[in-house]
Design a binder for this molecule. Structure first.
Ligand SMILES: Cc1ncc(COP(=O)(O)O)c(C=O)c1O
Length: 436
């Protein structure tokens, strides 16, 4: 079992804590065991619950999964998963040379979620990645490889400043030139500016990264308008749906997340969704889904890049060894019962966001509360006092309003957020007058 000594020794601050006898302040809720080799325990469950339910500032669902999830975990454990190094190296749609894998769970969960995102039957491929960022990396790498294969030219990467910072990092990692596209007032990509910029770089194909729910503002890039513009270009469209991709398919706005419409129109080429965000999976993971036909095109090019002999097939993934425990566990979330719960949660968060927005506009107009669109569970507003930032773990950002830089914070309504906490938050806002 993990002892306090070993736990603290894992991090560099831990080493300092051990040598000075003090704990990092964010670990203050850890018990002080009699002996440093005593098992790690949480001394103050009430305090953890308090922190969890007031967590309003980042898109992480703090709801504890249902008991059935922990029962499922136990069944997996009894079957051997997590008892020794299972490994999902390779393509989950193929046999693995390592017999201890959870490819079957991984393939099935991808096929099930692909249905919710409207990927056509028999044309679905994907895997469970390490995170939304990892899924973005695969989408951008696949797009770059396919476009280079089709045209012989390296594409330029088009995205807005509202795109998640992982996109900027991945652009650098992939050695792509980035073209920053302007945004509309909502924070969504401006299709006209994209059209202008594409026209300036006609000679190169376009790798376009759109966002369904931008990180700070909750804006939705207009996929259909942009696809119409892209029809004149050699392009690949990766959709970063890290947060909104977790709930929009289960609402009346499901069409916004569809890969292909019922009339057969293709809207994007690959999608990334974080599993620990809306779904509330207990550790970071991501869905990466694309069309089987795209994967095959990528596969042919990818097989020229490396020698697949060692694992008997082309893996299709950038990372070699991959976690086998997470797909087996996350499989739980693809069941009909889990999807029914996600549907209920999605309805609740949108209603709560409607309500909070009205309250903020009516009682606190000076906070300039803004919701980018009615599909968003995110509201941003002038930064309140530091006490509230800390109490509700609010993310903050400087935004330009009327050519002035102002500090803003946002609230992201996730399934663990109760009406009582929202009321408490509003009461706290009315108790403090000074904008920072
Ligand atoms: C729009 C968007 N994309 C990608 C990410 C990164 O996801 P992850 O934390 O799963 O890597 C985030 C995280 O907040 C996000 O908001």
């Amino acid at each position: 079992m993990l002892s306090r000594r070993r736990f603290l020794a894992y991090g560099s601050t831990g080493m300092l804590a051990l040598s000075t006898g003090c704990k990092p302040h964010h670990l203050n809720w850890l018990a002080e065991p009699d002996s440093t080799d005593a098992p790690l325990s949480l001394s103050n469950k009430a305090e953890i619950a308090h922190l969890k339910e007031r967590f309003l500032g980042y898109p992480i669902n703090m709801k504890t999964p249902p008991q059935a999830f922990f029962d499922w975990r136990e069944q997996l454990y009894k079957a051997g998963i997590n008892q020794f190094p299972y490994n999902n190296v390779g393509d989950p749609f193929k046999d693995s040379p390592i017999p201890y894998n959870s490819h079957d769970f991984e393939k099935t969960l991808i096929e099930r979620f692909a249905v919710h995102y409207g990927f056509p039957q028999n044309n679905r491929w994907g895997f469970l990645s390490h995170s939304g960022t990892d899924s973005n990396m695969h989408g951008m790498y696949m797009g770059r490889t396919i476009l280079k294969g089709r045209t012989g030219k390296t594409p330029k990467a088009y995205f807005t400043r509202e795109a998640h910072y992982s996109v900027q990092i991945l652009r650098d990692l992939l050695g792509l030139e980035g073209i920053e596209v302007d945004t509309l007032d909502s924070g969504a990509m401006d299709p006209q500016d994209l059209a202008d910029k594409l026209a300036q770089h006609k000679a190169q194909p376009a790798l376009v990264i759109l966002t369904l729910g931008t990180t700070f503002k909750g804006a939705i890039d207009p996929i259909d308008d942009i696809q119409a513009i892209l029809s004149d270009y050699s392009s690949y469209l990766h959709l970063d749906a890290a947060l909104f991709g977790g709930y929009l398919p289960y609402t009346a706005h499901a069409q916004t997340a569809l890969q292909q419409t019922t009339s057969g129109k293709i809207r994007y080429d690959s999608i990334a969704v974080s599993c620990h965000k809306f779904f509330g999976f207990v550790s970071p993971a991501g869905l990466f889904i694309t069309r089987q036909s795209h994967f095959e095109e990528f596969h042919d090019l990818f097989s020229q890049i490396h020698n697949p002999e060692y694992i008997h097939h082309v893996p299709g993934t950038i990372t070699c060894s991959r976690d086998a425990v997470k797909p087996a566990e996350f499989y739980f979330y693809s069941s009909d019962e889990s999807i029914a719960q996600i549907k209920t949660d999605a309805k609740q968060v949108l209603l709560q966001t409607d309500w909070l927005m009205k309250q903020l506009q009516y009682h606190f107009p000076e906070y300039l509360a803004t919701r980018a669109n009615p599909l968003s569970n995110t509201i941003y507003f002038r930064k309140p006092a530091e006490r509230l930032i800390n109490k509700y773990s609010l993310a903050t950002m400087q935004l330009t309003r009327k050519q002035k830089k102002l500090d803003f914070a946002h609230v992201v309504i996730m399934p663990h957020v109760s009406n009582a906490i929202l009321n408490e938050f509003l009461t706290d806002l009315s108790d403090q007058k000074n904008l920072s």
